[in-house]
Every structure is written in structure tokens, then in C-alpha cells.
Design a protein around this ligand. Structure first.
Ligand SMILES: [Zn+2]
Length: 247
């Protein structure tokens, strides 16, 4: 651990780099409502907000409920000259589930359904126990790391844009009416954007480390007597081997 305002240039402890321009800054603890920006390019480095974890958990649960609706409700109905057909995304997947299109079906369902749902579940797992002053769940650090890795691969919005373009083309040939699943996907995009806006990964990593998860000895703590006493107790416990770089 390192006190706020101090840093170790050999390990990088107490320093934070701008993700866009690499400028190094001395890390400090922010209070909710404060924003840390890069001095050079003004990229937001951290923006902790009061109650953000509860909001992200609520949005993640919302997106999981919407995902069920988006998969199983009718997606669209096509009719021409009295003949019509309505199907859900799940029905389409089942229709292509044998033959050489099967890998495509698996990929589509994986990118637009499984990965976003997994990300929402991981965020709930990480953040639900940490609301208020709660301690992180087991392996919360690994779960949040996986959630951050999956972020660019959740493609529900790309699917909706692609579907909309295809529907405009089909609309000239037949009557197309959109089902509730299409609007559930649209709502998913809005909920996902709101969730990403509330998610400050720097603050979540900071909270995880402050509360004892994935501790590598680099977290910055406010220089309070209680923290100093806690640090002395931890160092007296002889677990220095678990914290490489602190020696
Ligand atoms: Zn910068």
C-alpha cells in the first residue's frame, strides 16, 4: 500500500497514466462528484459518483430482462398477399441450427445475446456486494477483468443497425411489421449506453482494491490513522510474499 500523494517510480504504485496520451499523474483519492482529468488531453481518468454501483446493478438487471424478451418474443412479421410469418430470434436460430450455417448461428447468438448477458451478470456479481460499504465477492477482480475484456465484443447495437438496413430493403417486397423483440433490442441499446456512461472502471478497480480484492500492494489509501494501523497489522501478519513490489 502507498499513502495518497506518494509514489514509487520503480513499480508505478501511486501513479496513474492517461489511457489516451500516456501522461503520468500522481494518484489521489477522489470524493464522489469529483472528476480527475488528464492535464494534457483532458481525458477523464476517474469520475466516482455517489450510488453509481446501485445504478449499474439496476441497469444490468434491466438489460438481462430485456434480453429474454428480445430473444423469445416475436422479432418481426412478414406478410405478402395474405400469407404471413412471424418468428422470434430463437426461432430463427433453431431454423439454421443444422447444416453449414450452424457456426454462423452460434456466432450471432454469442455476440448479440450470450456475451452482453454474461457481461451484465458479471457486473451484477462484482457490484451488488460492494454497494454502500460492502466487501467484494470472491474472485470479483477476475470477474470485472473479464467483463472489461468482453466490452468491445458485445454487439447488440450493431445487430439492430444491420437488421434495420435489411428491413428497409425487404419492406419494398413485402409488408414488414416489427415485433416487441425489435423494440426490446432498441431499449437494450439505450440501457447499455447508460450503463457504460455510469461505469467508471478506474473507480471500480479502486474500490475493489481498497476493500481487499485483487490486492497487489499498489493501491492508494488515504493517510488516516486507522489505515496506518491497519497497514501495520497487515505487514505484521507476514504476508509480504503476497504483495510483490511492496518490498
Ligand atoms: Zn492524456
Amino acid at each position: 500500500m502507498i499513502e495518497a500523494g506518494n509514489y514509487d517510480i520503480r513499480t508505478g504504485a501511486g501513479l496513474i497514466a492517461c489511457p489516451r496520451c500516456d501522461a503520468l499523474h500522481v494518484e489521489t483519492e477522489l470524493t464522489p462528484g469529483e472528476t480527475a482529468r488528464c492535464v494534457r488531453c483532458h481525458t477523464v481518468l476517474a469520475r466516482p459518483r455517489e450510488g453509481a454501483f446501485t445504478q449499474i446493478v439496476a441497469l444490468s438487471v434491466t438489460s438481462m430482462v430485456l434480453m429474454v424478451a428480445a430473444v423469445f418474443f416475436p422479432f418481426l412479421e412478414i406478410s405478402r398477399m395474405g400469407f404471413g410469418n412471424a418468428t422470434s430470434l430463437f426461432g430463427v436460430a433453431m431454423a439454421f441450427s443444422d447444416g453449414w450455417l450452424m457456426p454462423l448461428t452460434v456466432a450471432v447468438l454469442g455476440f448479440i445475446v450470450a456475451l452482453p448477458a454474461l457481461r451484465a451478470a458479471l457486473l451484477v456479481y462484482v457490484l451488488l456486494p460492494m454497494r454502500g460499504q460492502g466487501l467484494p465477492a470472491r474472485h470479483a477482480g477476475a470477474a470485472f477483468r473479464l467483463s472489461e475484456i468482453l466490452r468491445p465484443w458485445s454487439m447488440a447495437e450493431i445487430f439492430v443497425i444491420g437488421t434495420s438496413v435489411a428491413l428497409v430493403k425487404v419492406a419494398g417486397l413485402a409488408n414488414v411489421s416489427l415485433g416487441p423483440a425489435f423494440w426490446a433490442f432498441c431499449a437494450l441499446i439505450v440501457v447499455g449506453a447508460a450503463s457504460d456512461a455510469f461505469t467508471c472502471s478506474t473507480s471500480i478497480w479502486d474500490t475493489l482494491e481498497d476493500r481487499g480484492a485483487s490486492t497487489d500492494g499498489r493501491e492508494v489509501v488515504p493517510d488516516a490513522p486507522a489505515a496506518a494501523a491497519n497497514r501495520a497489522a497487515v505487514e505484521g501478519g507476514g504476508d509480504a510474499a503476497a504483495r510483490p513490489g511492496s518490498a
